[in-house]
Design a protein around this ligand. Sequence first.
Ligand code: FUB
Length: 314
Amino acid sequence: MKNLFINLSVLFLSIAGTAQSVKFNNPIITDKYTGDPAALVYKDKVYLYAGHDEAPNDFNFYKMNEWLVYSSSDMKKWESHPVPLKVTDFKWAKSDAWASQVIERNGKFYWYVTVEHGTVPGKSIGVAVADNPLGPFKDALGKALITNDMTKFSDISWDDIDPTVFIDTDGQAYLFWGNTACHYAKLKENMTEIEGEIHHIKLSNFTEAPWIHKHKDWYYLSYAYEFPEKIAYAMSKSITGPWEFKGILNELAGNSNTNHQSIIDFKGQSYFIYHNGASKPNGGSFRRSVCVDKLFYNKDGTMKRVVMTSEGIQ
Ligand code: FUB
């Protein structure tokens, strides 16, 4: 009887020990509130770019003046770096460091950003450039690449947001962006000029946050669906479509009405990077935190629904 009691104690202690030793790796960024993650795989690292959510606790809208960058070699440990880009680096812009993406071409790093334009009413897209993924970045154009008056597929003044850029296997670069209307256009080889007309893609319940990626021989266009946002996606055999809707990829993110995904392959594993409002004690829709979970594909190329976890990447 005495032995049984000792054995049970060990069992309970070890269960308690196991429970205590589970490490929660999500959110991955905890030094600041961060939203709108955009990851870049370059050489043997992942660079994570995000907007800095600076809204005070009693403020119920976005307050975002700068973008941040973090890097990792294993998706578990993240190093923070000096602030690489601010709204004030774009002299023609007024405010709002909203969603963005960095892409590399010929050793230069191009950062496409959303900002409120100073003189053309509405949101606009600018581009900054640097010689290295950590910057310093500077305005590449001295003016906006896209302004609200260039698109007519939606009447709202914030339809020209959330740029995502993709360079196809033939070297042609494409810019996708939008809110309520999903737009795309070709980019010239200099990456700072649109080539040809701006197209509109019809997507079921498209809200914003398009992200283009390729896996094996499929192109994927994922995006924020409805509001509050889930993430849905469409697939195609060509970057210019037609796009076939494939359903929901990620459910509502905890305590945040936006979700904003980035999808990458790194060292043989696919990852789904997103934000939620789960940071204690004041996280929420305007004080968001970036998280990462693994992403898996089915044999037919469709993506399995993401399982958002507190544990994250262990
Ligand atoms: O962060 C501001 C805006 O919220 C982004 O541009 C959208 O994608 C949404 O996440």
